[in-house]
Design a protein around this ligand. Structure first.
Ligand code: SF4
Length: 318
């Protein structure tokens, strides 16, 4: 006799998955391949997702970590995370064709940092050490001009030139709640510090975290589809845990789900980082449907209609 499958409610976070910056970066690589033919070089993973990178590689993209790994005579794309100023400068010196796929919301932070520096302020960046976005933003100014803090403890330690001439910027993919604490610590220690109205965390990061927060307290487990090197995906897992979810886990795709850890659950929340394609979310839902009688409920906390234009050099004549 066939055993009936246990019931399971999947609470699907909305918004989830691709943001406008990721969508634009992927389009840029695809359009560059269309325009110039393969291979087109891409400095760093265009967005932090293996599935996306493998798909673009199959179409003719070659991923490298440094500009020196690219030949002079092939186009190169800079990833959505942004690059230090020295990178496009070197590409120009080598007379390479390059397209900058830096998300416009990251470029906005670059401009902010430069504006503050021009006004004579030293910059404190709130971000993760070594993350390409942090490296790119810090690299808009000469070495040593931008100080990095990751935690409230770092704020207590940071040694500044003049406490009355400071500004702060942030990485765009941080935890909204943790960052608020770090900003408060900065403002308490350096009352004259100037910064953005809130912080530089982007709309996509904020919206995805809010949707996960709305689900976390009412599910037995919550899965985030995303890559381990994706900052915004990892923050979603943390937000779920802090929101009261007993088991929150990052999964690259359905094959990574730890079914034993999920034994006995009646409900699961599901979201995806800004660089994870929807096809991987569908794959996870299908994997649950093989084991459970699934009911899906959408938990929508915001609607998004943001779209960024691709650079003019890639647009075909009308
Ligand atoms: S997560 Fe935000 S900053 Fe990063 S690419 Fe997406 S929209 Fe841009």
């Amino acid at each position: 006799m066939l055993q009936s499958k246990p019931p399971l409610t999947i609470y699907l976070a909305a918004p989830r998955g691709f943001c406008a910056g990721v969508d634009r970066a992927i389009k840029i690589v695809e359009m560059a391949i269309e325009k110039w033919g393969a291979p087109v070089f891409v400095r760093h993973e265009i967005v932090h997702n293996k599935f996306v990178v493998d798909d673009l590689r199959a179409k003719g993209a070659v991923f490298v970590e440094e500009l020196e790994d690219c030949p002079d005579d092939r186009p190169v794309i800079f990833s959505a995370h942004g690059v230090p100023k020295a990178v496009p400068a070197e590409a120009a010196r080598r007379e390479m064709v390059y397209v900058d796929a830096t998300c416009p919301l990251v470029s906005k932070v670059h401009i902010e940092a430069e504006r503050h520096a021009a006004a004579g302020l030293q910059i404190i960046m709130i971000g993760h050490t070594g993350h390409p976005e942090t490296v790119g933003t810090m690299g808009q100014l000469p070495d040593g001009e931008v100080l990095l803090v990751e935690t409230e403890d770092d704020v207590a330690q940071v040694a500044v030139r003049d406490p009355n001439k400071l500004a702060f910027v942030t990485q765009t993919t941080l935890s909204v709640d943790d960052t608020a604490g770090i900003v408060s610590a900065l403002q308490a220690r350096f009352p004259a510090i100037v910064g953005p109205h809130k912080e530089d965390i982007c709309y996509a990061t904020t919206n995805r975290q809010a949707a996960v927060k709305a689900i976390a307290g009412k599910v037995d487990a919550l899965l985030v589809v995303g890559a381990p090197n994706s900052s915004n995906s990892r923050r979603l897992v943390e937000v779920a845990a802090k929101g009261g979810c007993a088991y929150s886990q990052l999964v690259g795709r359905a094959t990574e789900i730890d079914w034993r850890a999920l034994e006995g659950i009646k409900s699961v929340g599901l979201s995806a980082g800004a660089s994870a394609p929807e096809v991987l979310v569908e794959e996870v839902i299908a994997a649950f449907a093989e084991r459970y009688t699934v009911t899906t409920e959408l938990v929508e906390t915001a609607q998004e209609n943001v779209e960024f234009k691709v650079p003019r050099v890639l647009r075909m004549p009308a």
